[in-house]
Design a protein around this ligand. Structure first.
Ligand code: ADP
Ligand code: MG
Length: 556
């Protein structure tokens, strides 16, 4: 193998030469204690920057191999990527055009996630990142490149020897304790745990940083539970029971903030995030109304039944769903994908799918919608829990197993009081369901659904957290809870696998679970920008493909 020192002299010798000569860097270079490989060399300084992969052999890793659970390995990877990212901030500034001299390590959120940028495997530790090779226009800035790579090599050599062992352990223990609680929730009859002292609000709507000066979370005594975890001893917090939970309270008292924390709590957080001890059942999913979305072949009858003119909702497809039909579809799709807990906020849910009050029941005789309210008993009977934020709709009070009242960011447990209020103020409404049972009909996608060439170009690209460019189609992912653009990219890459596996017979749930179980993101594409998603997100993204073609299949 060529030596890294030869790379430096090669770079210097390229000074002033045409950019494509950088292609000669391709392949591996042996450094001190690691190998550096150019996986992809960009064609010009404005193109997507080059991908570099560094491998540390197993003998360089020592204690890094020791972890109690598989989650520990992901946490080690996550920690190393973050460490590399912060070390590389100290690289010397390099001039030039386009992306010249920029080095990217992809970690965008405080979630501990499996990412394609780091991998601990039999071959050792692999780290991937992007480097913009320096140039002035189309001319190579070889001296600058040499300086950049010498400095980079210094950082890479020091990465493992200078690791902060204590911080690494804290990171790993956090992930392992999180996994322990998450797996223990169902056995304790809970859907979520919110640790005492947690900081739930963020600095701003676009920030992932904790709000400074926030009121720490204090569990109401009636809901306080403890979990004995492998590393942190016994941790205490609010345990939200299975069944129907209402989170209520006046405006601006922290209802949405709590729900939001639960949404994030399906993934572990780094120490210091404030939500480290917010743990939500792994198969929880937020659902919301999404005007204008596409829905393909969903049996909507549990919520929409008996449309005028005999229109059929057993195989419901539309390119432009309404607030209520989109929410109905989102709920049924989530159940189809195996969700066990649904999280809803009144603010983002069509009112007519949440409730129909006595007056409307009296006035409107030909009702086609069954509100969620009249399905609650069936959800419970099927073991599906609901966590619902309500500020304006009181009709759910008597059905709730747990009512949490937020007052100035302090949760109170008011279930008994809510029942008394419900009795003292009857709604006068009559039970409006079930016209049709709560039943999910699984759908099997056809492979064409995932063909990015349906358009002209097979482009797959993330656009922020909200959009995936897949072929010619822009898939709107804004209703999904994604935390890194790398998750959007992963969805695009996984669609390609779905294309191979879809056969018009295998249900969507089995397909998405299959491709996620099949391989590691690291092996999927040789790029750093892929991050872990759950089957629930991958399936939800597939459901938003306008070109999705499905057949309903038996079972469910
Ligand atoms: P609601 O949904 O009840 O109307 P939100 O959850 O949207 O209220 O919160 C309202 C505001 O209060 C937000 O700006 C949020 O950042 C802030 N907030 C939420 N929780 C806390 C807290 N624990 N400490 C301080 N501010 C908070
Ligand atoms: Mg709110």
């Amino acid at each position: 193998m060529r030596r890294l020192s030869d790379l430096f002299s090669l770079l210097a010798s390229l000074e002033g030469r045409p950019y494509p000569l950088y292609k000669g860097l391709g392949g591996a270079w042996q450094g001190e204690g690691f190998t550096l490989r150019f996986v992809h060399v960009q064609g010009d300084p404005f193109a997507s920057p080059s991908v570099v992969e560094v491998r540390y052999p197993p003998q360089a890793l020592e204690g890094l191999w020791v972890f109690a659970r598989p989650e520990g390995r992901v946490a080690v990877e996550d920690f190393l990527l973050r460490t590399l990212k912060s070390r590389l901030r100290h690289l010397p500034p390099v001039g030039g055009s386009g992306h010249s001299g920029r080095v990217w390590v992809e970690v965008e959120s405080p979630k501990i996630l499996k990412r394609a940028g780091a991998h601990l495997g039999e071959g050792g530790l692999y780290l991937r990142f992007r480097v913009g090779l320096p140039a002035a226009g189309r001319r190579i800035l070889g001296k600058e490149a040499e300086r950049l790579f010498r400095a980079l090599a210094e950082h890479l050599r020091g990465l493992l020897p200078e690791l902060e062992g204590r911080a690494l352990l804290r990171h790993v223990h956090q992930a392992e304790d999180f996994a322990h609680i998450q797996e223990g929730l169902a056995g304790r009859g809970l859907v979520a745990f919110v640790g005492e002292g947690a900081i739930l609000p963020r600095e701003s709507g676009v920030s992932q940083r904790p709000l400074r000066g926030a009121v720490p979370f204090l569990p109401p005594p009636a809901l306080r539970v403890g979990f004995r975890v492998p590393h942190a001893g016994e941790v205490f917090g609010m345990g939200l029971p299975q069944g129907l939970t209402l989170i209520t309270g006046g405006g601006f008292h922290g209802k949405t903030t709590l729900l939001e924390a639960l949404v994030h709590g399906v993934f572990p957080h780094v120490p210091g995030d404030g939500r480290e001890w917010v743990v939500t059942e792994a198969r929880a999913q937020r659902v919301q109304s999404e005007d204008g979305r596409s829905v393909q072949g969903v049996d909507l009858r549990p919520f929409v039944y008996g449309l005028p003119l005999g229109l059929d909702t057993a195989f419901f497809s539309t390119e432009d769903a309404s607030g209520s039909t989109s929410l109905a579809a989102a709920i049924l799709e989530a159940l189809e994908l195996g969700a066990r807990v649904l999280l809803l906020d009144e603010d983002t849910s069509a009112t007519n799918l949440l409730v129909r009050d006595a007056r409307m029941q009296a006035l409107v005789r030909q009702e086609t919608l069954t509100p969620l309210l009249d399905r609650v008993a069936e959800f419970k009977a099927q073991g599906i829990s609901l966590v619902l934020v309500v500020g304006g709709v009181g009709d759910y009070l008597e059905l709730a197993d747990t009512v949490v009242l937020m007052e100035a960011y302090r949760p109170q447990e008011v279930t008994a009081e809510a029942r008394r209020v419900a009795q003292a103020h009857p709604t006068g409404r009559r039970f409006g369901g079930p016209g049709y049972p709560l039943r999910v009909v699984p759908r099997a996608p056809l492979p064409e659904s995932f063909d990015p060439r349906r358009g002209r170009k097979a482009r797959v690209r993330g656009r922020g957290l909200r959009e995936l460019l897949y072929g010619e189609e822009v898939v709107d992912l804004s209703a999904l809870d994604l935390f890194e653009e790398a998750q959007v990219r992963a969805i695009g890459a996984l669609f390609r696998l779905l294309e191979r596996r879809a056969d018009g017979k295998t249900p969507l749930r089995a397909l998405v679970e299959g491709v996620l179980g099949e391989g590691d993101l690291f092996a999927l594409e040789e790029v750093p920008e892929l991050a872990q998603v759950r089957p629930l997100e991958l399936g939800a993204a597939a459901n938003r493909l306008r070109g999705l073609l499905v057949r309903q299949v038996a079972g469910g």
